[in-house]
Design a protein around this ligand. Structure first.
Ligand code: VGL
Ligand code: ZN
Length: 238
């Protein structure tokens, strides 16, 4: 078997030189996975298209930095049902490729093939204002490693560029929008708390995969110390 490739493309960071005392409120907008496959494609999130304009409104607000993430998988990714020859949306136990003991498996949902790197499904959804993103963070790029959080993989072993970018910008508060509320937004927001940020979900700029009332997901996140806001409240605040 050939060595696994890492597909992460070069990212660009626009640097603003930090100066003076540490500011107490430095807001960042993170737009999670607003990609064709999650809006119109193989893993379409109900109502995903309804949040495109709301996210564009957010992008125009004076955040210190705007960052987007993209799910960016190889075509044989470990999260795909096809890779395991298992039924869609069933579960399989997966292991970290370095874990020879295969001690601690992770229950992984078997997803349809989605967001394959360098295909249209992984592109940003048309209509999204992508030109003012300071950075685009890619995740799930290794064939055998899953990553719902944009900070690090599900094993907590390898970080993406995101923690470094946030630190460099001196961010204090992270505001999340995008897809999917019950997967990548949720796990990224939980990590955002773990990394010490004031963490906000912009409720009307997030949609979830699960048919169950998405308020349940929000209740779970409330318990973790995540706070909630809306596009309108942010328009007043910023
Ligand atoms: C996501 C399922 C599989 C997400 C990514 O972006 O929420 N969900 N991969
Ligand atoms: Zn994925």
């Amino acid at each position: 078997m050939s060595a696994p490739q890492n597909l992460t493309p070069q990212i660009q960071i626009n640097d603003d030189a930090p100066s003076g005392d540490k500011p107490t409120f430095v807001p960042a907008l993170i737009v999670i996975d607003m990609q064709n496959d999650f809006v119109y494609g193989s893993l379409a999130v109900p109502g995903g298209e309804k949040i495109i304009d709301r996210i564009n409104t957010l992008i125009d607000l004076p955040f210190k930095t705007r960052i987007a993430t993209r799910d960016f998988h190889p075509d044989n990714h470990i999260s795909f049902a096809n890779t395991h020859q298992k039924p869609l949306f069933s579960k399989a136990t997966i292991f970290h490729p370095d874990d020879e003991e295969e001690a601690d498996g992770c229950e992984q949902t078997m997803w349809p093939i989605h967001c394959v790197a360098y295909t249209g499904g992984a592109d940003f959804v048309p209509g999204l204002k992508t030109t003012t993103f300071d950075a685009v963070v890619h995740k799930g790029t290794h064939p055998r490693i899953e990553s719902y959080s944009a900070f690090r993989d599900i094993w907590g072993k390898a970080e993406t560029e995101l923690p470094g970018i946030l630190e460099e910008k001196g961010v204090t508060d992270i505001y999340f929008a995008g897809l999917a509320g019950d997967y990548c937004v949720k796990y990224t927001a939980i990590d955002s708390i773990a990394y010490g940020y004031n963490t906000w979900l912009i409720k009307d700029a997030i949609k979830s995969i699960s048919k169950q009332d998405s308020d349940l997901v929000f209740t779970e996140m409330d318990k973790k110390g995540i706070k909630f806001t809306t596009v309108k409240e942010l328009q007043k605040l910023l």
